[in-house]
Design a protein. Structure first.
Length: 216
């Protein structure tokens, strides 16, 4: 499905009920560090759910389907798509504010398509991985690229689909490509510069998973 559908309740929006709570409450993948993946907001419930109706529809025109979790802050929705596409949308109208795209390098060794799971956010910076296994920092207001670093060499089977996680001044991100025999790792990058701070390698030995650390 290539359409992002904004489900807002027209009558509830008009009364101000839906937006009475904090609109910026979903600012990381999984809702919070505990990975709840649900909201405690109660403005939409079993009694009024029948009043739900599409308020706007945004057509991405990106290839294939979407597997992203949108983030919301200050009335703006940030969403990633396939093949290195991403958008900032007005939350109430669905109007595009900016669009980021980068043509993936080829050939890519992929098992399951050029999917992406979403952004991480800190302040006025957004962070996402590109499918050729790079980490990108974008300006939240303009969509301009601030920095981009390589995680793994796509020519060796590495790829990137995961949503990063920001903790304080670090962007945490893993890598994909295990179907092609890559060596898995988790990295931490400085949010301001993109410099790698550390890397954890995952090494499988028989039935035991051993994690080792290497400072960088």
């Amino acid at each position: 499905m290539r359409t992002l559908l904004g489900f807002l309740v027209a009558s509830l929006v008009a009364s101000g009920v839906v937006f009475a709570a904090d609109e910026s409450s979903w600012t990381t993948y999984g809702k919070n560090y505990a990975g709840w993946r649900y909201s405690e907001l109660s403005s939409i419930n079993a009694r009024n759910i029948k009043r739900l109706a599409p308020n706007w529809i945004f057509q991405t025109h990106a290839p294939a389907g979407m597997e992203t979790t949108p983030l919301v802050r200050d009335g703006i929705m940030y969403v990633t798509g396939t093949s290195n596409h991403a958008w900032a949308l007005d939350l109430k109208t669905g109007k595009q504010i900016w669009h980021y795209s980068k043509t993936p390098q080829k050939p890519l060794d992929l098992c399951c398509g050029e999917v992406n799971r979403g952004f991480a956010i800190q302040g006025d910076r957004l962070f996402k991985v590109n499918i050729e296994d790079t980490l990108v920092a974008l300006d939240r207001v303009t969509g301009k690229v601030l920095w981009e670093v390589e995680l793994g060499d796509f020519r060796k089977g590495y790829s990137g689909t995961v949503a990063p996680l920001v903790i304080k001044n670090l962007v945490l991100v893993g890598t994909a490509g295990a179907e092609f025999g890559i060596r898995g790792f988790v990295d931490a990058y400085d949010v301001a510069t993109g410099k790698r701070v550390w890397r954890f390698f995952n090494r499988e030995l028989g039935d035991t998973l051993v994690t080792t650390a290497r400072a960088k």
